[in-house]
Design a protein around this ligand. Structure first.
Ligand code: PGA
Length: 256
């Protein structure tokens, strides 16, 4: 079986000024040692991407993601940022299709597919988020929903390109609600997504792709989630805003 390196990502959403973001990564950097066994990433607000990148040493294991991108490289799109800009600012990754973008900003599958392609063109690594609503889960439509988000989102994306994408399964009913999916509920969807990837691409590729879980991940529930076969990491909102709590997530092996 392919060994997938654990990946702990913090999505700060619309939190932290530039100074607060610098302060966070500086403190985190000081506390990290050479033996951390995971990939570490923070997604600050766009304004803080460049200052945070500048504040970290080149050798830092802390990677930086943008939270959003526009599919076009430049042009008359007031208020938007393009993939080349994010790359130049110091981001290596970018979230795509977070449920808040889908719901509050009405981003649909076709638009998200364009964003994925724009990022891949710039060698930026997408973290592609999918997940069902409470109504969909209660109506027994979870698998149908995530399968269509996955298939539509990845339309015309090659196997080679897929290898730079991380998938994040985030059930909407678990985000910011304190209601985590049980490890079994999450595992069930992760295994399903991996089987979908095997169908869309092939088995070997599906085994290489990391699938993160997101939705009220905390220091006290991460270990059980990470013990599941198909859960390769976490995309964390609330619990990523505090250095000590984020560090406990990174060190999930020794978390309670
Ligand atoms: P949460 O957010 O950890 O605060 O539930 C997760 C996310 O939205 O990525």
């Amino acid at each position: 079986m392919t060994q997938r390196r654990p990946f702990i990502a913090g999505n700060w959403k619309m939190n932290k000024t530039i100074d607060e973001a610098i302060d966070f990564v500086t403190k985190l950097q000081e506390k990290l040692n050479d033996s951390e066994q995971v990939d570490i990433l923070v997604a600050p607000p766009a304004l803080a991407i460049h200052p945070v990148a500048q504040a970290l040493p080149h050798s830092s294991p802390i990677q930086i993601a943008a939270q959003n991108v526009h599919p076009e490289p430049a042009g008359a799109f007031t208020g938007e940022l393009s993939a080349p800009m994010l790359k130049a600012a110091g981001a290596s990754h970018c979230l795509v299709g977070h449920s808040e973008r889908r719901q509050l900003f009405h981003e649909d599958d076709a638009f998200l597919n364009r964003k994925l392609k724009a990022l891949l063109k710039e060698q930026l690594k997408p973290i592609f988020c999918i997940g069902e609503s409470l109504e969909e889960r209660e109506a027994g439509k979870t698998f149908e929903r995530v399968a269509s988000q996955l298939t539509e989102g990845l339309k015309n994306i090659s196997k080679e390109e897929l290898l730079s994408i991380t998938i994040a399964y985030e059930p909407i009913w678990a985000i910011g609600t304190g209601k985590t999916a049980t490890p079994e509920q999450a595992q069930e969807v992760h295994a399903f997504l991996r089987s979908q990837l095997a169908q869309l691409y092939d088995e070997k590729t599906s085994q290489q792709i990391r699938i993160l879980y997101g939705g009220s991940v905390k220091p006290n529930n991460i270990r059980q989630l990470m013990q599941q076969n198909d859960i390769d990491g976490a995309l964390v909102g609330g619990a990523s805003l505090d250095v000590d709590s984020f560090l406990q997530l990174i060190r999930f092996h020794s978390s309670i």
